[in-house]
Design a binder for this molecule. Structure first.
Ligand code: GAL
Length: 333
């Protein structure tokens, strides 16, 4: 075999460098296809972010991408699994595989690909040293309305599935987790046929509700909760209930998490703000530079081609007003 000549080596190196730099992202570009470090579109919808020891982990719904077979069924056996990506800068994400895989061979499992597996959120429990995942676990017609729980010793998994239940005996559909500064965790869930939000306090190991819960936003039909804390106060962004179709977001605030919540109004501003820029809330990330509001732009005709809308969430220093202004492109600085 001949050794590679010097000019060919230089060309090969240049091509490699071009491919590498093409895949690197320097800015957020909401609604555009967002590729991972392998060049594949990121497939992690309805997701949640965990920050652990200098790395961000993004968990989300892995949606089948144009892979339905004409005779029914899906070509992509991983559809409905929960994917995991890692990143240090929130812009460039490496696919870490599936944190929780579907069980195509087990018809009776909550993890069978025919089942609903949505809105995964992972938190770290300092007491047990475990990573705890909660997700919306449902039957294909959304009648089971439960929460599924899984645990892992590492952030990327694979997580061990513990099962599903209705928290405090109540329905649980769109959901998120929030860990307060004192280590107490809460699950926010659209309950009572999505009409009322339940805030369920969790046991110390975060694996079950501890029996304390409150009903909030009673009869207001809010879902897709994204919770964050700023300056000692609690905030939640929610959407109205219109399935995959966009509607107007709403921000609410509380002095105490299980206390009274006051609706502030739509935090989105600029073009498309009255329909959340065509997105739906899923998470708010707290970074050293500030907050990032994350939305899903669902494509109900091809869920795998749903996109992401990540925008800076700004807090006016003088008035404390929170807004999420539209940006076509922006950089974390
Ligand atoms: C939305 C919900 C999504 C998904 C969808 C199904 O209201 O936020 O997570 O469940 O309905 O139609």
């Amino acid at each position: 075999m001949k050794t590679m000549r010097f000019p060919m080596l230089v060309i090969a190196l240049c091509l490699g460098l071009v491919a590498y730099t093409q895949q690197r992202h320097e800015t957020f570009r909401p609604k555009q296809v967002w590729t991972d470090t392998d060049g594949n579109p990121i497939n992690a919808h309805g997701g949640g972010i965990l920050y652990h020891e200098g790395t961000y982990y993004w968990y989300g719904e892995y949606k089948a991408r144009r892979s339905f077979l004409p005779q029914g069924g899906m070509r992509d056996g991983n559809a409905n699994s929960i994917s995991c990506y890692s990143s240090r800068d929130l812009l460039n994400w490496k696919f870490e595989g599936f944190a929780l895989r579907t069980e195509p061979e087990n018809r009776n499992s909550d993890l069978h690909p025919s089942q609903v597996i949505e809105r995964p959120k992972v938190v770290y429990n300092k007491k047990t040293g475990q990573f705890v995942m909660w997700f919306h676990s449902d039957s294909p017609n959304y009648a089971r309305a439960s929460a599924g729980v899984a645990v892992s010793d590492t952030p990327v998994g694979p997580f061990q599935y513990l099962g599903s239940f209705r928290p405090n005996g109540s329905m649980s559909r769109d959901q998120t987790l929030f860990v307060d500064d004192d280590g107490t965790a809460y699950q926010f869930a659209s309950s009572e046929e999505n009409q009322t939000m339940h805030i369920n306090r969790l046991t110390d190991d975060y694996l079950r509700p501890d029996g304390q819960f409150v009903r909030r936003f009673v009869g207001m039909a809010r879902e897709a909760p994204a919770v964050f804390k700023h300056d000692g106060r609690y905030y939640v962004i929610t959407s109205a209930c219109t399935g995959w179709d966009p509607n107007k977001a709403e921000l609410a605030v509380a002095d105490s998490i299980m206390g009274e919540w006051r609706v502030i109004g739509n935090p989105c501003t600029g073009e498309g703000a009255d329909r959340t820029f065509m997105g739906q809330s899923n998470y708010v990330i707290q970074t050293p530079q500030g907050y990032i509001a994350c939305f899903d732009m669902w494509n109900k005709y091809d869920l795998g081609d749903s996109r992401y809308i990540w925008l800076p969430l700004t807090i006016d220093a003088a008035t404390g007003t929170i807004s999420i202004p539209w940006r076509e492109e922006w950089s974390p600085e």
